[in-house]
Write a protein that binds this ligand. Structure first.
Ligand code: HEC
Length: 205
């Protein structure tokens, strides 16, 4: 009898794991819920009950054709015990690649595990390889701030988009590391300005 009950218990745990591993594995990432496939197709389709977070995508808004830009989806506020996300790119080109803690799912990027908040925000890094043809690509992102109770209740999400202009002479994809501009483009630009100023001054004389 005892061993019968024990094996029932084991079977229960195994089937519970199978279910959570297949249909409900959202704490381990999800695709098709960035808002790209429809404004109602975000985490909010299932997750509700918490106070709403703010979600932003940070990174370069111009990229040269074929250049790689580094982006971060940032979740602030809400229940804030942990967070997850899903980002997709519009169909006119561009390839998403996951950063640390993320993976690629159906051509989109999402969290591997629930991510902790740090300094009031949960950050998810990914990159975008711009298409080779100029145009505007759109990043669609949804971030979910959760209470980590193991269900979709007491959580809340928000969605956002970021347009990236792909143009010759656009950003070289250094990303949003702050030093990128001054280090890569700032000094040559200053040099060019000084040269221009120099020619002007010379002409005046
Ligand atoms: C179709 C319904 C559904 C959608 C859509 C959905 N989830 Fe979930 N999610 C669940 C369920 C059910 C659970 C609880 C089981 C689990 O942890 O996987 C859950 C749990 C989670 C958890 C852990 C929550 C906690 O409090 O412990 C995170 C994080 C999460 N989902 C992220 C997301 C993100 C990010 C999105 C949107 C990009 C999303 N989910 C969209 C159903 C959904």
């Amino acid at each position: 009898m005892r061993s019968y009950l024990a094996s029932l218990g084991v079977a229960g745990v195994v089937s519970a794991c199978l279910v959570s591993g297949s249909a409900f594995a959202n704490s381990m990432g999800i695709s098709g819920r960035s808002g790209k496939q429809g404004s109602s197709l975000t985490c909010a389709e299932c997750h509700s009950g918490g106070s709403a977070p703010t979600v932003t995508i940070e990174g370069p808004t111009t990229l040269a054709p074929g250049a790689t830009g580094n982006y971060t989806l940032v979740v602030r506020g809400g229940p804030a015990a942990g967070a997850g996300y899903n980002v997709a790119v519009s169909d006119n080109g561009g390839t998403l690649n996951p950063g640390t803690g993320s993976y690629k799912l159906s051509g989109e990027v999402t969290h591997k595990n629930i991510q902790a908040f740090s300094g009031g925000a949960a950050r998810f890094d990914f990159s975008l390889v711009a298409p080779s043809t100029p145009g505007t690509v759109t990043l669609y992102g949804a971030g979910n701030s959760v209470n980590e109770n193991g269900t979709d209740e007491g959580d809340a999400s928000a969605a956002t988009t970021l347009n990236v202009t792909v143009a010759t002479g656009g950003g070289n994809g250094d990303g949003d590391d702050g030093g990128g501009c001054a280090a890569a483009g700032g000094i040559p630009l200053l040099g060019a300005a000084l040269v221009l100023l120099g020619t002007r001054l010379r002409r005046r004389r």
